[in-house]
Design a protein around this ligand. Structure first.
Ligand code: PHE
Length: 346
């Protein structure tokens, strides 16, 4: 009798199935709990005559193992199915957004300035940042004792105290590129020279030990101060808008004569006077002048035939004016919150 019950239960257990964890738990309770069907047979075992106990005992243990294995294997299959479902890949989902960098504001403004001059025929010229004295100073009419050669302004890479002409420096203006072009070619010359320049200054909100310039040079027959003025008016109006006015104030540079500094009408108040322009209605933006005939001669260009003008703009200065950046140091700190503000500007 007991034997038959064992066999019947065995057959049942072998065909067990469960679809979810609740069904599986119900099966475990039905067969393996203290009041379950397998345990019930163990209770009956008490009544088995001693001579059969060994055989029945073995069979009952086999049944229990069978039931335990079956339920464990169902649980495993069931779990791996669930895991499969959760790791299911959805290839149609949109990908995570890519973070795209932004153009640096100085590069944006540099490009705007280059574009303005390219449209009227200026081409780009380039030169080294580590320069010799000839290109930075001597060929540009700086006297041997000119204060700009002094340690306060210039970074010396190699200094020769006995002969300043042998000095190697970090260029303090991109006029060095103009002298390179004048020394190696003949007019007509119409170039702009964008680049980084270095000056030995304490780093503050208003000054840095390096900044960026774009200098322009035009040399041909009959180039006049009126040509310079008209070109600068065109530049200012393209950059700050068609209502912009300019004014020139006399100034001094060793390589230009006459020399001037140019102001534009204040872009905030339109010339009325406000705190930004210190109530003058004007803000200074560049230095310029007619190329000194000495410079032409020093660079191998015949000053009796040719005249020319030159100008130099600071890229940081223009960027500050256009986008109201108050602290120069922001440009080189790589704070992405600052850089992202220029995302929409190209
Ligand atoms: N080189 C001058 C500077 O660095 C700018 C300038 C260029 C002035 C050309 C006049 C003509 O300040």
């Amino acid at each position: 009798m007991l034997l038959e019950k064992i066999e019947a239960l065995k057959a049942q257990i072998e065909t067990l199935k469960a679809d979810n964890s609740e069904a599986l738990e119900a099966l475990r309770i039905k067969y393996l709990s203290k009041k379950g069907e397998v345990s019930a047979l163990f209770n009956e075992f008490r009544n088995v005559p001693p001579e059969h106990k060994k055989e029945f005992g073995q069979r009952l243990n086999e049944l229990k193992t069978l039931a335990t294995d079956k339920i464990n294997s169902l649980r495993e299959r069931f779990h791996s199915q669930e895991a499969d479902e959760t790791s299911h890949l959805d290839l149609t989902r949109p990908s995570l957004p890519l973070t795209v960098g932004t153009r640096h504001p100085l590069n944006v403004v540099r490009k705007q300035i280059i574009d303005i001059f390219s449209r009227v025929g200026f081409t780009l010229a380039d030169g080294p940042e580590v320069e010799d004295d000839l290109h930075v100073f001597t060929s540009l009419n700086f006297a041997a004792d000119h204060p700009a050669r002094d340690m306060q302004d210039t970074f010396f890479v190699a200094e020769d105290k006995d002969d300043v002409k042998r000095n190697i420096v970090l260029r303090s203006h991109t006029s060095s590129v103009q002298s390179r072009v004048m020394l190696t070619s003949q007019p007509p010359i119409r170039i702009i020279c964008p680049g980084r320049v270095y000056r030995n200054e304490a780093i503050t909100a208003r000054a840095h030990c390096f900044f960026h310039q774009i200098e322009g040079l035009y040399i041909d027959r009959n180039v006049s101060f009126a040509d310079l003025k008209q070109m600068l008016l065109y530049f200012a109006q393209e950059l700050f808008g068609p209502d912009t006015k300019i004014r020139l104030r006399p100034s001094y540079f060793p390589f230009t004569e006459p020399s001037a500094e140019m102001d534009v009408s204040c872009m905030l108040c339109g010339g009325e006077g406000c705190s930004f322009c210190k109530h003058t209605g004007w803000v200074e933006i560049l230095g310029c002048g007619m190329v000194d005939p000495n410079v032409l001669d020093l660079c191998g260009i015949d000053s009796s035939k040719y005249t020319g003008y030159a100008f130099g703009v600071g890229v940081e200065r223009i960027t500050n004016l256009k986008y109201m950046v108050k602290d120069l140091r922001m440009f080189s700190e790589n704070d992405t919150r600052f850089l992202e503000e220029f995302q929409a500007i190209h």
